[in-house]
Design a protein around this ligand. Structure first.
Ligand code: CA2
Length: 146
């Protein structure tokens, strides 16, 4: 039987992880985080489809397509979290569970990062735990789909 697959989406600039700003985002690369997610999902009998895009439209396309192929969405929309009504609208089109993740604690940072459009439709939000937050998000997602 095919394992249930979680779509894990990463927004703009997250491809730069590990190269700059370790005080906010840690020193792991996005590839390292993908491995953390794959290992944790596998422990729970799940699989992952891990993607990254700097393009808002591509993220919207992937969210629209998710309801046919995935059982849940884990989303770190990067800076689009704070600006994108397009991503919010796309998330509203899916009935899948949604877990929002941020590496940094966005509430300890600039005021413009305190607002999240994604949170309006997320089942829950994990922020401030660095790459560990993705592992926590997989655990939370497994609970949501069980
Ligand atoms: O804390 C998070 O995960 C964020 O979603 C990261 C976004 C930021 O705009 C959000 O407010 C919070 C930024 C990701 C940028 O990542 C970089 C990593 C290394 C070097 C430069 C940027």
């Amino acid at each position: 039987m095919m394992k249930k697959c979680i779509l894990i989406l990463n927004g703009p600039n997250l491809n730069m992880l590990g190269s700059r700003e370790p005080e906010f985002y840690g020193d792991q690369t996005l590839g390292d985080i993908e491995k953390i997610c794959a290992d944790q999902a596998s422990k729970l009998g799940l699989s992952i489809d891990f993607r990254n895009s700097n393009s808002e439209g591509e993220l919207v396309d992937w969210i629209q397509q998710s309801k046919n192929n995935h059982v849940a969405i884990i989303l770190n929309a990067g800076a689009y979290t704070h600006t994108s009504i397009a991503i919010l609208d796309a998330l509203r089109t899916t009935n899948l569970p949604i877990v929002e993740v941020h590496l940094s604690n966005i509430f300890q940072r600039e005021e413009y990062r305190h607002v999240s459009f994604v949170s309006q439709v997320a089942d829950g939000v994990i922020c401030g735990f660095g790459s560990q937050g993705y592992k926590l998000a997989i655990d939370a997602t497994a609970k949501l789909i069980s």
